[in-house]
Design a protein around this ligand. Structure first.
Ligand code: FEO
Length: 400
């Protein structure tokens, strides 16, 4: 079977694949809308692959490559990022094209040896920062972007076509359904999946991502080819702006209320505070029962909204267990420009609010006022305290 291939520009083809089977990216993050692993093939005097795909899709990948080069061979593989969602097909590619040389940086080579026990010797071409390399008449320039996403991450710039092969940078969750270019689809439809990818997978490295973006600022970029998601050829500035807003913690005047409740008493507090926020003029309010929605979704909403109310019932003298993951995400990410209120309930000796109070030490949230902790179910007096907490949060949200 021949596979239709998509020409991005003259001699540059999209040969990536969709993954609608994997349930959890990195075996952690739900893929309700799947994911694409993008690969690009530049043909000419030499055939050059840029970033391979997950080995699970190798058969389809190879067919796509062969649809372009026929009986030809791949001469070079440029690998910008070694996380195995991309690099796991290196050995399979080398089996098929044993003369293929791999281009990367010194850390790339360490990971090739580490993950795949391959010593490429002279078949590994090691590039340095900003180095320009001519491969069969095509000039590429390489820029290291450490920790965007891994230490070896780099991007490749093809000046002749003003194309940036950006690896994970500017990527997102979600398969490519039909059109691969930003002008062929309603690109905003996948924005939340891009944000969910950013906040959960690469967001911990927001400062390094900003450094990488600053480094690339002076390049004239007409097309952005990431390794996940669509190719940006008409409005590349849209994805650059989205990444910039997220990495700079640009927040909306909104509130997220996330709660864990066994018998609805903590939920009553959450509902009461949602109503109070609304009465104070906060229009964008998102509520999540932590037992119902995966933490990766909740965390993205928290990242993009200024206010957070987090509440938990106590369970065995500690936090309600489904709260653990979201609390962990909040503690390790140090998100900025946010305001925080804490609430909870207990029937024995408490514990949940105490755990949540760790956020006042282990995060950069502005803590708006003392937590509200209730015994068993909220009394009238308890609800008055909830009202004050929500009013204080609303003032913070609406103050700019
Ligand atoms: Fe798509 Fe960091 O790998």
């Amino acid at each position: 079977m021949e596979f239709s291939t998509i020409e991005i520009q003259k001699n540059l083809f999209y040969v990536g694949v969709n993954d609608r089977h994997t349930a959890l990216f990195e075996n952690m993050w739900p893929l309700e809308h799947g994911i694409s692993y993008n690969s690009y093939l530049l043909t000419g005097e030499k055939n050059i692959l840029i970033d391979p795909v997950h080995s699970a899709s190798f058969d389809l990948y190879l067919r796509k490559i062969c649809s372009v080069i026929g009986e030809g061979v791949i001469d070079y593989l440029i690998i910008n990022h070694m996380e195995p969602d991309h690099s796991s097909s290196i050995s399979l590619l080398l089996n098929k094209f044993p003369q293929m040389k791999i281009v990367g940086n010194s850390k790339t080579n360490e990971f090739i040896k580490g993950f795949y026990k391959l010593d490429l010797g002279e078949n590994f071409i090691c590039v340095n920062e900003a180095e320009i390399l001519n491969l069969g008449g095509n000039e590429f320039q390489f820029f290291k972007t450490p920790m965007a996403h891994w230490p070896e991450s780099m991007v490749t710039y093809h000046a002749a076509s003003k194309t940036l092969f950006s690896q994970d940078l500017y990527g997102g969750f979600g398969t490519i359904d039909g059109g691969i270019f930003d002008d062929e689809v309603d690109s905003s439809e996948r924005d939340f999946e891009r944000m969910r990818y950013f906040t959960n997978v690469v967001g911990k490295f927001a400062p390094q991502i900003l450094r990488a973006m600053a480094k690339l600022e002076n390049l004239e970029i007409r097309t952005i080819c990431p390794v996940h998601g669509i190719v940006w050829r008409t409005h590349p500035e849209k994805i650059v702006e989205l990444y910039s807003d997220l990495a700079n913690f640009k927040v909306k005047q909104g509130a997220v209320i996330v709660y864990g409740s066994m018998y609805g008493n903590t939920e009553k507090m959450a509902d009461y505070m949602a109503n109070t926020l609304s009465k104070c003029g906060v229009k964008n309010i998102k509520m999540f029962d932590v037992s119902k929605t995966h933490a990766s979704h909740i965390f993205t909403h928290i990242w993009i909204n200024k206010g957070l109310l987090i509440g938990s019932a106590s369970y065995n003298n500690s936090l309600f267990p489904p709260m653990d993951e979201i609390l962990h995400l909040l503690e390790i990410h140090k998100i900025k420009n946010h305001a925080l209120g804490i609430f909870g309930s207990y029937a024995w000796s408490g514990g949940a609010v105490k755990k949540l109070m760790n956020l006042t030490q282990n995060s950069e949230f502005k803590f708006v006022s003392e937590p509200v902790e209730i015994f068993c179910s909220p009394s009238y007096e308890d609800l008055q305290k909830c009202k004050i907490l929500a009013q204080n949060l609303a003032s913070e949200i609406l103050k700019d």
